[in-house]
Design a protein. Structure first.
Length: 365
């Protein structure tokens, strides 16, 4: 029986993810469709109808579009997919080299979590931020995620940051986020390349007359244990502290990460949560601490770290160690073990239940 594809079907979402990835990781599909039996059913039907194919080489498995799948997407939504698929545009996205395939897998995981967080990715509905097309106004009309292929569309721009590990740019009216996926190990960070990417992206945004206060980084990984790896790695700590980003936040590629991303992306809900968490904290101007959000009832400096900002956390803990005093970190329940392991016994870890926050701040969105 032939599958009838509709734009709101799960099969269509899978095809779209694979199309934008070039080659899609199994982990990305798991993130997109977490229910295994249903996911396998959808994949089996797409494979049987030769819309998708499995590809395995060098011990790495992935999914690719077949010609029929490509033609189907272009027929249904030309404006959305032509940039990625038409006139051989997908040729460079289907390379067989292990390094290129691993990067495509990294991108596919980021695309999957953005899709689950309901963040706009449809190229046909976004402003031409990274295109040589004048914008009618200097304001961002709608928050959106931009694929790295979109970001590097300009030839002179691509040459300058061809080695960047960036896996996309998330723009909101409040924040600019450069996205990275560390996968399963502490990333090899090439400071000069990533700093150049940051500078060039800022220059493009300014050329479009967009106003923003600096840039931030979102570091994605497969579980909070990878945040611990970054915090315990001396070289990575220095990298995070020296990075030009104001915030350097870690988000796990799982259901907790999806909710965290939704919350951080919703500026109103996020600021409301911060205000609630800071209600019981006192302010002391005479205290020497620079990185803190207030002081608890015991007079100890306190950091609100629900966004898992590794940069602020490192700065905060360094201050505590230098002065030999106790402190407190407020984080989500799923972040506690990782943050506790890094901070040690001298720092109290208080938690906020993520599900409770979802019900109170995101339930109607």
């Amino acid at each position: 029986m032939r599958t009838i594809l509709t734009k709101d079907s799960q099969a269509y979402r899978v095809l779209a993810l694979v199309a934008l990835s070039g080659e899609c990781a199994e982990e990305a599909l798991t993130l997109l469709l977490p229910q295994e039996s249903y996911r396998q059913k959808v994949l089996r039907r797409l494979l049987e109808e030769r819309l998708l194919s499995k590809y395995q080489k060098d011990g790495v498995k992935g999914y690719r579009l077949m010609r029929k799948g490509k033609e189907t997407l272009l027929q249904l939504e030309w404006e959305r997919f032509s940039f990625y698929l038409a006139d051989g545009a997908d040729f460079s996205m289907r390379r067989a080299g292990l390094t290129q395939r691993q990067r495509q897998h990294c991108i596919s995981e980021i695309l999957a979590i953005m899709e689950r967080a309901e963040i706009l990715m449809d190229r046909s509905k976004k402003q031409p931020i990274f295109e040589n097309i004048p914008m009618q106004s200097g304001e961002l009309s709608q928050d959106a995620f931009f694929h790295p292929k979109e970001v590097k569309a300009q030839a002179d721009f691509t040459r300058k940051i061809i080695s960047s590990k960036m896996t996309g740019v998330l723009l909101s009216q409040a924040e600019v986020w450069l996205c990275y996926n560390m996968q399963v190990a502490v990333p090899k960070w090439f400071e000069t390349v990533e700093n150049r990417a940051d500078i060039l992206i800022q220059s493009i945004l300014r050329s479009k007359q967009l106003c923003f206060n600096g840039t931030n980084a979102l570091l994605f990984g497969r579980g909070m244990q990878q945040a611990v790896q970054c915090l315990e790695d001396a070289k990575m700590r220095v990298t995070i502290l020296n990075a030009p980003f104001q915030r350097f936040c870690f988000i796990p590629l799982d259901e907790n990460g999806i909710l965290l991303l939704k919350l951080m992306y919703d500026a109103e809900a996020y600021q409301s949560l911060l205000a609630v968490l800071a209600e019981d904290l006192q302010q002391k101007k005479e205290q020497p601490f620079i990185i803190q959000d207030g002081y608890n009832q015991n007079g100890h400096p306190t950091l609100i770290c629900v966004d898992c900002d590794l940069k602020r956390l490192i700065q905060f803990q360094t201050q505590l160690s230098y002065l030999g005093v106790q402190g407190e970190v407020i984080c989500f329940d799923f972040q506690k073990e990782a943050i506790e392991k890094y901070c040690g016994e001298q720092t109290k870890i208080s938690t906020v239940n993520l599900e409770t926050v979802r019900k109170n701040f995101l339930a109607d969105k």
